[in-house]
Every structure is written in C-alpha cells, then in structure tokens.
Design a protein around this ligand. Sequence first.
Ligand SMILES: Cc1cc2nc3c(=O)[nH]c(=O)nc-3n(C[C@H](O)[C@H](O)[C@H](O)COP(=O)(O)OP(=O)(O)OC[C@H]3O[C@@H](n4cnc5c(N)ncnc54)[C@H](O)[C@@H]3O)c2cc1C
Length: 357
Amino acid sequence: MNNPGKVAIIGGGLAGSALAHQCKQNGAYPIIFERENALARAASGNDTGLVSPRISAEMDRYAHYFSIGFQSVVRLFSDITQDGAADVAWNQCGTMHLVVDDRKKKQFEKCVKNWGWDKKDMHILSKEDVSKQAGIALNHDALFLPLSGNISPRKLCAYYARDAQLHLGQDIGDHMLGDLDADIIVLACANGLNNFELARHIPFGAVRGQVTQVRGGQLSASLRCNLNYAGYCTPANEDGLHMIGATFQRWLGHTDIIAQDDLDNIDALRAVAPDMAGGLRIAGHRAGLRCSVRDYFPVVGHLGRIGGKDVYISGGHGSHGIISSHMAARVIIDEIMGREPALPEATLRALSPHRFL
Ligand SMILES: Cc1cc2nc3c(=O)[nH]c(=O)nc-3n(C[C@H](O)[C@H](O)[C@H](O)COP(=O)(O)OP(=O)(O)OC[C@H]3O[C@@H](n4cnc5c(N)ncnc54)[C@H](O)[C@@H]3O)c2cc1C
C-alpha cells in the first residue's frame, strides 16, 4: 500500500477539509491552502446543513455514491461525537422526505424497493404517523430516514482540518502548483477550479442559494425531525433557531442577501406546514454559491500530472456537499493508496473528471 506523503490541498471548504481528515486517518500529511483568512468562508460556512442522501428511484451508479456515502458519514459523525469529542452540532433527529406530489410518491416507493436498505432505516409513513413522529400536524405521507440528521458544516470543516497544516490567505494560481512542496496535489476549490488549466474543460457552474434562520412560531418547539420538501427545515437548535433552506438560482453569481429569498424560504415551508410557519421571525440569513456540473454529479478522481506530481480533483458537490465531500475524500485516498475502492467501477467512471472529454 502506498503512503501518500505530503498532500497539498487547494481550498478550505468541506471538500478540502474532508480530504485533510482522510489524509490524517491514513498516515499522510495534509497541507491546506485557502485564499480567505479562515476556513469555510464560502459555500461551507452555514451554521446548519441537512445530512440526508439524494433520493432516487433506482439504485444506479449515482445512487451508490449517496447511499454508501450516507452510511459512511453517519458512522463517522456518531464516532466523532461520542463523549462530546467533536463540537460539530450533530443532531441525529431523522428526516421526513414529504410526499408533495404523485411523482415523489412513485419515486419514494421505488427507492424503498430498489435501494435495499433495512426497513428500519428507510420506510414510508402515512400522514398520521408522519405527524406523530414529527411532533406537528402534517398533511403528507413521507419517506422517513431515522438515521439522518443535521450538522454544522462550518464546525465540521474546523474539526476535519484540526490536524492539518494551514496556509490561510493564500490564493494559489495555476503557475504555483508545480512548485508546491508536496508529493500529491488535490484541487478542492469549488468555483475556483476552472482557473486551473487541468480542470478548464469541466463545465462547472455556480448555483446561488440563501438559507434563512428563524425563531418563534406557534409550533416551533414541537418539531422533532428535519422536514424535506421543495426546501428543508430543521428542528429548533439549543438557541431556538431553525434553518430553512434553500433558494436555488442558477442564473445568479453573487452572495448579497436578497430579502425576497427569506420570504420564499418561509413560503415553501408554509406550503407543507402552515401551522408551523405562522409567527416565525427572521433571525439571520446567509447566501452562498454551490458548485455544480450539468449532470449534477460530483467530479472526483485523478485529473493529471503537473511538475512530476499527481493531481486529483474533488468538486461539483452541489446541494449534498456534506455527504459528497466525505465520500469524495474516501475515493481519492483509496486511489492514492492503491486500495480496493468502496464504490462500483461504474460509479467511479461517472465521477471521473475525464467524463467530459
Ligand atoms: C445555501 C446553501 C445551502 C446548502 N445546504 C446544504 C445542506 O443542507 N446539506 C448539504 O449537504 N449541503 C448543502 N449545501 C451544499 C454544500 O454547502 C456545498 O456542496 C459544500 O459546501 C461545497 O464544499 P466545497 O469545499 O466544494 O466548496 P466551498 O465551501 O465553496 O470551498 C471552496 C474553497 O476554495 C477556496 N478557493 C477557491 N479558489 C482558491 C484558490 N485558487 N486558492 C486557494 N483557495 C481557493 C474558496 O475560498 C473556498 O473556501 C448548501 C449550499 C448552499 C449554498
């Protein structure tokens, strides 16, 4: 088995810090270069994010990634938070994926059949049972994932990167890669990836999103699990705050706050849980740019060589970055170390940066 040695990681969001964590776990020496003066200043800086897989009807090459990735992060988050070791605000409250239309109903039924998960970890609930489990009245059946939850992406980045060497305030240009003092380079810089010649052929695009923190409301304290619909809402945290997200604007490339987005987030919640949405007060908001490609699947694997070093990529994590960044880090470390991959060959091909050539 190969020891990766020094691994230079460009980008200090979830993708870069998850990679640093996997490096450390496998005896390598991670060095993160981040252009901002702190980690998690871009898309990964939210206080709360949902940890639930992208649901699909078939267990295809894409679903393998999210299904195996979900099980892997759930094990990891349970391990690292045992005895309060990691302060990442992991709340394993479960997620109700609400059946909001007939298409979702068919998709969820097929998902239960085709994903082959243990019945206790994924099952469909009637609206009566949804309301009992969620703690508030809901008029929808749902696909329930009791092992899922929410976590602080910002704190998770800090935890993942705690043993890495950090170079903050360092904007790495293409011409600098060959001179980095490292054995391997990993590009994990999301919307900065297209600035590197090796990654210029990949059709990355930014998708703006805004989350809204709210407090109050008549039923706020009663909600016991995440709700997922056209958006998502988390139960109140210890400060009484819910995270409601997130808008999805492919055509906007800025992160200024838009007042209408907060109203849209609350309206989306109101459409599925009218009692819960009444009386909520906006307590905060944050906008960020997701990095996606046109097939909405991440871009992970060996990219090429520069200055005699192998270069890997972890990008395009879209709306499911918490699971995706962790799974991407596992894929890259397995490949560097020459280990048996955790994913089927077809999934590795679907992730490859060379799929666009
Ligand atoms: C509003 C919103 C809500 C979301 N909600 C969820 C959720 O509930 N659950 C979930 O799983 N995911 C969610 N996501 C998605 C998730 O946040 C992202 O997929 C994830 O943060 C991507 O991580 P990343 O490290 O690839 O990108 P980023 O966090 O953007 O990090 C890239 C980093 O690279 C740095 N960088 C860029 N160029 C250079 C360079 N040349 N040199 C040095 N550094 C560089 C940047 O400064 C940045 O810090 C959400 C995203 C948004 C925007």
